[in-house]
Ligand binder design. Structure first.
Ligand code: ZN
Length: 146
């Protein structure tokens, strides 16, 4: 089992693979390909360890770089709902990723909807790219937790 720093270092080492997959995806869908690295880098802020109560390393980075206390409260609520650290619902790549991504994006999407910015025809492709990228990073995290 690894800590937050080891997870992040492993994700950084595998990032070129995500970039290569993103490049290959360019031939299928350029918009999805564009958002794969962005989704991968979201691991920096919303890694699977957000299911831990207290300040995780991801939340610490969030506080130091974003300074959004309501966001930390939102992630704490997520941890309370998930209930158990390293549960199937938080740590399983793809499924856990989808749940965490929907939870974390919900306030931003609600604001964008309020401002009539979303949805548009690009939204599903952007979401798919972010989900794929974050799922790749979560897979690295999941493997490090083994
Ligand atoms: Zn973990």
């Amino acid at each position: 089992m690894s800590g937050g720093k080891e997870h992040l270092q492993a994700c950084e080492r595998v990032f070129p693979v995500a970039l290569a997959l993103s490049f290959l995806m360019l031939f299928l869908n350029w918009l999805v390909a564009l958002f794969i690295p962005i989704g991968y880098m979201l691991e920096f802020f919303i890694d699977p360890d957000l299911d831990e109560l207290g300040i995780t390393s991801a939340e610490g980075r969030m506080i130091h770089t974003v300074v959004l206390i309501p966001l930390v409260a939102w992630t704490t609520l997520y941890a309370k709902i998930i209930g158990k650290h390293r549960s199937f619902w938080s740590h399983t790549p793809v499924i856990g990723t989808l749940i965490r991504l929907c939870w974390m994006l919900f306030p931003f999407v609600a604001l964008l909807w309020y401002w009539h910015i979303l949805p548009n025809s690009y939204t599903p492709q952007i979401f798919l790219g972010i989900w794929l990228g974050l799922s790749m990073a979560d897979t690295v995290h999941w493997l490090k937790d083994r």
